[in-house]
Design a protein. Structure first.
Length: 160
């Protein structure tokens, strides 16, 4: 059974900076900066993380899951770069068709796993464009383009 992940360390920066968002929207004044920053956060939240439509982290961020029972343990999100266990000891991660599978060197009856995950560098630009397309939808009220749907579908993580 997959545990529910909890975000413990958010990304160090926004997916799209205020300057990039304003350039994308063709805004050259500062009166709406706070609103635009809020819309960037909303667009990112729509896509990012376990509850976002992508089902994965865009930028590197820290998550925790508490699992009950003996392992191995399936992590809820892909693109894992490091894992530690509350039980200590060695942790191994195997990438499977269903997602990252964590095995502890010493079996325990339950554990909290902490991990960092984020998109591979090759997919980051597509995620930035998806955030900008969704930002345009929120700011101007335009319909989402088919390009947005295709981009999201290409980035979405699904467990088989």
């Amino acid at each position: 059974m997959t545990a529910i992940p909890v975000l413990v360390t958010p990304p160090a920066r926004p997916v799209v900076s205020l300057e990039d968002a304003k350039a994308h929207l063709q805004i050259d004044h500062d009166e709406q900066d706070a609103m635009i920053e809020g819309l960037v956060l909303a667009a990112t939240a729509h896509l990012d993380g376990w509850r976002g439509v992508l089902g994965r982290a865009i930028l590197p961020q820290g998550w925790q899951e508490t699992h009950v029972g003996p392992g191995p343990y399936m992590l809820a999100m892909p693109d894992v770069s490091e894992v530690t266990a509350s039980a200590g000891g060695a942790v191994s991660v195997e990438l499977t068709a269903l997602g990252p599978m964590v095995t502890l060197a010493e079996p325990v009856e339950g554990v909290t796993l902490s991990y960092t995950c984020g998109l591979p560098a090759g997919q980051l630009r597509a995620a930035e464009v998806a955030v900008k397309l969704y930002l345009t939808h929120l700011y101007f009220g335009y319909d989402l383009s088919p390009a947005f749907g295709a981009m999201v579908e290409a980035l979405r993580w699904r467990a088989v």
